[in-house]
Design a protein around this ligand. Structure first.
Ligand code: 4NP
Length: 172
């Protein structure tokens, strides 16, 4: 579990999609990679709002797209969003509007977590308004999701640094 391990001193982020086999595990892997390279301490996890794929590895097409972009799978298995996640994480990041509504339905109105959509960190002029679901798509759709997440992640990490007062220590 290495840097996904629970640590009471770390900022805690949770990415959420529907099945937790395509978009949110990709976001988790890319975010953890960016954080590690920047020398920033945070706990990163992902989950789905549906339970169809609980216990599964990410979709093979997403793992292939991640590998093409230089990101390595580090063992995540799909799990479903729990009400307790609203107390366990500082920031919950739904990948699309439907899953954002689900997050608000599942966690308590008084949950500790902030909920901010992934689109908040999309690059200026981006043609998407949410992370598109690639599940019924082709390889290029998986590549587009990886590219969109990779382009957005530095802005998310920068905002996280600003809010936690951590500075980056690039590790190449
Ligand atoms: P994800 O993609 O929400 O990005 O993991 C999907 C995975 C599975 C299904 C739909 C979307 N499904 O219908 O099984």
């Amino acid at each position: 579990m290495n840097d996904r391990q629970e640590n009471s001193h770390s900022f805690r982020l949770l990415f959420v999609c529907l099945g937790n086999i395509c978009r949110s595990p990709a976001a988790e892997i890319i975010c953890r990679t960016v954080l590690r390279r920047a020398g920033i301490n945070a706990v990163v996890d992902s989950c789905g709002t549906a339970n169809y794929h609980v216990g599964s590895r990410p979709d093979g097409r997403m793992l292939a797209a991640l590998e093409r972009a230089g990101y390595a799978y580090d063992g995540h298995r799909a799990r479903v969003l729990l009400r307790e996640d609203g107390e366990r994480f500082d920031l919950i990041i739904p990948q699309d509007a439907e899953n954002e509504r689900e997050v608000h339905r599942v966690i308590s109105l008084t949950a500790r977590s902030s909920v901010l959509p992934m689109r908040r960190w999309f690059p200026a002029g981006c043609r998407y308004h949410e992370v598109p679901d690639p599940y019924y798509g082709r390889d290029k759709d998986f590549d587009e999701v990886v590219a969109l997440l990779a382009e957005s992640m530095p802005a998310l990490v920068q905002e996280l640094c600003n809010s936690t007062g951590q500075s980056t220590h690039p590790r190449g």
